[in-house]
Design a protein around this ligand. Sequence first.
Ligand code: OGA
Ligand code: NI
Length: 332
Amino acid sequence: MENHTNDPTMNVSSLNCIDLTNDDLHNSVLSLKQACLDSGFFYVINHGINEEFMEDVFEQSKKFFALPLDEKMKVLRNEKHRGYTPVLDEILDPENQVNGDHKEGYYIGIEVPKDDPHWDKPFYGPNPWPDSDVLPGWRETMEKYHQEALRISKAIARLLALALDLEVDYFDKTEMLGKPIATMRLLRYQGVSDPSKGIYACGAHSDFGMMTLLATDGVMGLQICKDKNATPQKWEYVPPIKGAFIVNLGDMLERWSNGFFKSTLHRVLGNGQERYSIPFFVEPNHDCLVECLPTCKSESNLPKYPPIKCSAYLTQRYKETHAELSIYHQKT
Ligand code: OGA
Ligand code: NI
């Protein structure tokens, strides 16, 4: 079996590291800006989530995926994109993949009860939760993690605003991160990828939204390609750093910033080891019109992308990448 972690010829990326407790704000913003211009990938450390809690979250995630398939199918993904996604459910790079991604997932969004006036919006609503008798404490752990990750995302967004020459609280508005769409996803990867055969743990893609905070269990697998137009494409591993998030910008922020900030192509290769990760996808409010930011255009640099509404754009991207739910209902 190929062991990617011991391959001396392997390309490894070196990314900037943003320390959220750094008092030198100017320096943090410069370093962040450089990362956003270069690859849109960086590490975030000293974010305030302690290691023990992080281990707890991964333990609970493992417990869920270890359940029998029929138990997991009880919380199958619904039309709000919440719940369990079986192996091969998603295909991120249909041109190069022979079948779907070799991963299972579990989407958890912002819990919006049915008596909330906004509960029926796409990506809002109540989450399905595994039975608390089967997985005691599971929901509480995940809800706490969701809250913490959102807090960190907002702190990063303030630095991003400064890096874009905007007011520090630019993204804090209600129509942006004041009332955001924010979805975490537990993932378990299994199997060995073989790009020459079109088999991937996670096919090449760029993320849909504003930014993603990725926590991983330390198993290598994530790769980025800084220049998608190069032939051949050059893929570099992003090594996990203990206690750090790997943060990447998504396509919405690339559009928002008029292509100034990068949303970089990435993928995951499996090496036979089980791998767990938890991306946390951050998007502005449903109704947010994502159109060129005031600081990213000029007479000689006109907006390159038409404005899009956040929820419509996201809905379309999810539709393109996930199986029709009806296939599961035919099987049962
Ligand atoms: C994703 C993703 C990477 C990983 O879910 O969008 O890129 O390491 N995940 O799981
Ligand atoms: Ni991704």
